[in-house]
Design a binder for this molecule. Structure first.
Ligand code: HAM
Length: 412
């Protein structure tokens, strides 16, 4: 049986085949995401992977809705696997925001599902680091979030030579559209044309823009000018104070596809432009209000960083660590009569927090030692009697004999 296209099998390293994914690399990415989020005082939350279809159809915008995995469940409810986390977060915050001091700073590592055309960097399932700040309208919150985005990528060893954060604002585009005499009913349609400028033929973009009363030339002139709005300038100044200014540049080609964004938007890319976006996000000040049926009104902003493109970039830049097994001690059982005390020692050392392995069934002593080496164990522990053990450091080759009760101390 084959797995479904666009879905992944995660194997422990060393990988048996180039067509499978590394469970160790995934864990490394998750650990790094969590570590940096906590440095910024973000708290972890999660929601259901299956949601009412309606949560996404009214709020996310055409593109993502066209990619939904949706069906009617056995109770005839229309449901969908989550394609993104933001509507779930808005629902959760709206339900219990009074229990939390503002600004709320939360993160999650959901698995998301989108029925996309498969291509480089795009699968039908991915994991996404989501970090969001709710309840603060000041651009200081945008800067804090963008700093977290930059620091997360730096924590993987990426530098300003590897990365660029393209900063933009729908407010700037809103003013451009309004002052250019655009019909406000078509504003989102206009944003979608801008969103696709880099992927579509210029003639086709120009034709679509003209239907809304604009030209590609005017749009390109606005992009090239790239004059920061007041809020974007304050974000740049804030990043400069942190020493992170060089990672960001104003780029109005970024406008984001999702329907709910209202202000500052941004995307993170590799500096050479070889890969698709690593992360994207922005302000969505009306979404909580919309999802709560006008009951709760809170400004919000956030970003999502996918694991797929990130992993491609880390691989290409040689930034992934070597993944070895984590065995601290391998217990050698050469005399089967000593198996019961060996099990006792195994248990004691595991309780003390060591990763311990031993032969499950009788085996020749050279085989046991070979296994300890394959597992890159730090130590072997050979039982000398039912209460003494010979501990050997496999790196320094030092040996000592210790009583069972002292074994853990010697290993520390
Ligand atoms: P998004 O731009 O749709 O934003 O996704 C964010 C990131 O997730 C992308 O930059 C990409 O790295 C990754 N990604 C998206 N789709 C796929 C896919 N099919 N395969 C692999 N990776 C993918 C959002 O989802 C927003 N909800 C982010 C956000 C949070 N905005 C505010 N808060």
């Amino acid at each position: 049986m084959e797995r479904l296209p666009g879905f992944r099998d995660f194997y422990p390293e060393p990988l048996p085949h180039q067509d499978v994914w590394s469970a160790d690399a995934r864990q490394f990415i998750f650990d790094t995401w969590r570590t940096v989020a906590r440095r910024y005082n973000f708290r972890e939350y999660d929601g259901p992977p299956l949601e009412p279809l309606e949560l996404f159809t009214t709020k996310s915008g055409e593109e993502i809705v066209g990619q939904l995995y949706n069906f009617a469940d056995k109770g005839a409810r229309n449901v969908a696997l989550r394609p993104e986390m933001t509507p779930t977060l808005a629902r959760m915050v709206a339900a219990h925001e009074r229990n939390y001091k503002k600004p709320i700073k939360w993160f999650a590592l959901p698995q998301l599902f989108r029925y996309e055309r498969q291509q480089k960097g795009r699968l039908r399932e991915h994991f996404q680091f989501n970090a969001d700040i709710i309840g603060e309208a000041d651009p200081a919150a945008d800067a804090e979030l963008i700093a977290l985005l930059i620091d997360t990528l730096r924590a993987f060893g990426l530098t300003e030579q590897d990365l660029v954060i393209r900063l933009s604002s729908r407010n700037a585009w809103h003013d451009f559209f309004k002052h250019g005499g655009g019909d406000m009913a078509h504003e989102y349609a206009f944003y979608q044309i801008v969103d696709k400028l880099e992927r579509e033929a210029p003639e086709s973009s120009d034709e679509k823009l003209r239907a809304l009363g604009f030209s590609l030339e005017a749009v390109n002139t606005f992009i090239e000018k790239g004059a920061p709005t007041v809020e974007l300038q304050s974000i740049l100044d804030n990043l400069a104070a942190r020493g992170l200014r060089s990672f960001a540049k104003i780029d109005y080609r970024v406008i984001r596809g999702l329907a709910y964004y209202t202000g500052v938007v941004f995307e993170a890319f590799d500096a050479k432009g070889e890969f698709r976006a690593i992360a994207g996000g922005g302000r969505y000040d009306n979404l909580v209000k919309l999802i709560s049926g006008d009951k709760v009104n809170l400004p919000a902003l956030g970003f999502g960083m996918g694991d797929v493109v990130l992993l491609e970039i880390l691989k290409s830049r040689g930034r992934l660590p070597q993944f070895d097994s984590h065995v601290d001690v391998f217990i050698l059982i050469e005399d089967e009569a000593l198996r019961p005390p060996a099990l006792k020692l195994t248990q004691d050392l595991r309780t003390a927090g060591f990763a311990v392995e031993y032969p499950l069934t009788p085996a020749k002593s050279d085989k046991q030692f070979k296994r300890a080496q394959e597992l890159k164990a730090g130590f072997t522990a050979k039982l000398e009697s039912d209460s003494y053990v010979r501990i050997r450091n496999l790196k320094t080759r030092e040996e000592i004999v210790a009583g069972f009760a002292d074994a853990a101390n010697h290993l520390k």
